[in-house]
Design a protein around this ligand. Sequence first.
Ligand SMILES: Cc1cc2nc3c(=O)[nH]c(=O)nc-3n(C[C@H](O)[C@H](O)[C@H](O)COP(=O)(O)OP(=O)(O)OC[C@H]3O[C@@H](n4cnc5c(N)ncnc54)[C@H](O)[C@@H]3O)c2cc1C
Length: 438
Amino acid sequence: MKKIIIAGAGHGGLTASYHLAEKGYDVTVLEFCQRENMGHDWHDAMDFSAFDGSGIPRPSEDMYSFGLPTGFTNPAQTIMLRIPFQEGKGIYMDRKVLVNYLVDEAEKNGVSFIFGAEVISAITEGERVIGVRYKKDGEDTIALCDLLIDAAGMHSNARKSLPLSCKIEKEMPPMDIFHVHRVYLENTTGETIDPPYTIELFHMNRPGIDWILTEEDKVDLLIGKFGTSGKLTQKEIDDAIAAFRKRYPFIGDKVLRGGKTAEIPLTRMLPLIVCDGYAAVGDSAGMTIPLNGSGINLSMKAGKILADTVIAAGEKPLTRDVLWQYEYEYFQKHGKDLVMIDILKNFFTCVTGEQVDFFLEKEILTSKELDFDGEEGIQITPEYIMHILSVSLPIIGLVPSIVKTMKFMPFIETVAKQMPKTYDEEKVDKWIKKYKAL
Ligand SMILES: Cc1cc2nc3c(=O)[nH]c(=O)nc-3n(C[C@H](O)[C@H](O)[C@H](O)COP(=O)(O)OP(=O)(O)OC[C@H]3O[C@@H](n4cnc5c(N)ncnc54)[C@H](O)[C@@H]3O)c2cc1C
């Protein structure tokens, strides 16, 4: 049976490991953290489709709570866009609980884990990945494999170490990085706000998204800034928390959890995520919703597609043309719709807080477009983007970015459709050129 190594216990890698081990593959996950330190000290919003759509059994009821009604507000706080609440659909799951659950499920199927192992680089022979170099307890080790699945997040060493000839992007562009600070503070009175989970667009006119989620015992705050405006400073974090506290005096000083700064990729899928003996999944492949950075549902679904591709290959070597099926299928099912959101995000990173007020007050941006997980699916179409661009034309400062975006709008759907179904180097190179130009 083929030997599969997974760099990093990311969600997509764990999902793939679960299915591959179930079919008898020899699967080992190399994870930087010790088991007890895995996962972040906060909860995540996701939905059952992460499990149902990835073939992982749903966790037991004590592992999650149901999502709360959500709304979006503008910098002037004159509008509240309420997202239609679907009882029993969205869930919150503690990151540590989720990661440990996925590790437990994978272990039950026979996956081996090496915790405290830092992947240093992929080992290549020409353009083919044949293994991985990692460090554990100060010792350098080499492990060979038929496939290296890269689930080590956006700054993955494995991806960065690939030879240039593999044509896989090494770095996420700095402007596609969302810098966030997450903290849970004490709720001193037990009051909550309506809706309890409110996302503030361009809070304090900072290009980015903040949120406040109030529960009787705690207030969960996220302060986020788009990479186009640089990294988040301590002063911006302090000012944002002070502004929330001024409005909601029940937010106490006592830090209950989190208090950490992190980065999330806000990008469309990388143009190429596979090469001979290598496939990236999750944040390492740019699989998030480019406006809000949610990536768990997408990573887990991608992990299942990847496992299915490997299983379908049977005895064939896992070359780029075999693994291309995974990239193609992920892009058709999820990636292509997210290109629209990425384009909208690129446009939004150039606007000001006042312009965001204008878009919400004039009902140009409504709850329909912001409900990414709604019944109707993603509602951001080329027609919608053309609409938002044309109504924005009177805003003089936006003209250059509008004209630039409008120029390639007619090509978006065509480029998505033109993605080659089977791998042919020349055709794929041509497609990538067009995809990157969008
Ligand atoms: C503050 C914050 C809030 C978020 N909230 C949500 C949310 O509510 N809903 C949602 O869907 N998404 C959310 N996300 C995004 C989500 O975390 C990711 O999109 C998702 O985790 C997919 O990433 P991943 O599993 O591929 O990688 P990661 O979660 O980054 O996991 C990578 C793993 O690889 C390990 N690793 C890294 N480098 C190495 C190495 N060299 N050697 C060995 N192991 C390594 C890491 O320790 C980690 O275990 C949030 C992100 C942040 C930062």
